[in-house]
Design a protein around this ligand. Structure first.
Ligand SMILES: [Zn+2]
Length: 241
């Protein structure tokens, strides 16, 4: 199956398009940040796809809202036996040890050690902080590697929880923001986001030039981007004319 890819921006939403040998157009919304992906038949052009997305905009927004709500409902209880991901490795949480607050990984166990009287939300806050630290430590070597390759420099990077984005940037202040959720994914995915944001310093929008630059900087960026997606929360088949 041959695929080519493009980006589209509709009503402030960034949409990834994958052209495939399929009959109908599929729109999918992916957790955790609500990325929208359209799988489209080769025969459709970007205008037709844009129209299809505009017609489904209310549906897409509903899915993204649901995603934010369900995110809260499925919040982990931080109990032993739960599965948590660290750099795409599946680990089993163990909170049976008590003592000074500490997170450590041994084999496939994620040890969350807290004083015995600590509650669930305190254990969660400890783990959240730890994920941020993991991400903060992983970024500088990537910047060192990629800044000279892309030819752009970052003044500061900020790790911040974002509801709908893996990363974002501000070219004027040379700043990039990264979602701490990236520390749960394969490190290749973080590398892709760093290069993506650096590339935005050259080209602000997801236009052809941007895709060209990404192809040049990181030929396998699409594979890495797709790796960021879990199973879609919802998808809808649309019989596009
Ligand atoms: Zn972007």
């Amino acid at each position: 199956m041959s695929t080519t890819n493009a980006y589209l921006s509709v009503a402030g939403l960034d949409i990834d398009i994958v052209f495939k040998d399929i009959k109908n157009l599929h729109i999918s919304v992916y957790p955790p940040v609500g990325r929208v992906r359209v799988a489209a038949p080769h025969r459709l052009d970007e205008d037709a796809i844009r129209r299809a997305v505009v017609e489904r905009l209310a549906w897409i927004k509903r899915q993204r809202e649901q995603l934010r709500d369900s995110d809260r409902q499925t919040e982990r209880q931080m109990l032993s036996g739960e599965t948590h991901y660290v750099w795409s490795q599946r680990l089993r949480l163990d909170s049976s040890r008590h003592g000074r607050s500490k997170i450590s990984v041994a084999g496939t166990t994620l040890w969350v050690t807290t004083p015995a009287d600590h509650r669930e939300d305190q254990r969660r806050a400890l783990l959240d902080r730890w994920y941020r630290e993991q991400l903060k430590a992983a970024v500088p070597p990537l910047l060192e590697k990629w800044q000279p390759l892309v030819g752009e420099e970052v003044q500061k990077f900020v790790v911040r929880r974002m509801k709908t984005k893996w990363g974002t940037c501000q070219a004027s202040s040379r700043a990039i923001w990264l979602n701490p959720e990236l520390a749960k994914k394969n490190p290749r995915c973080l590398e892709y986001i760093v290069v993506h944001e650096l590339t935005h310093f050259i080209e602000r929008t997801h236009n052809e030039h941007f895709v060209e630059l990404m192809d040049r900087h990181m030929p396998d960026w699409q594979v890495r981007r797709d790796e960021l997606n879990d199973a879609p929360l919802a998808s809808e088949v649309w019989d596009a004319k």
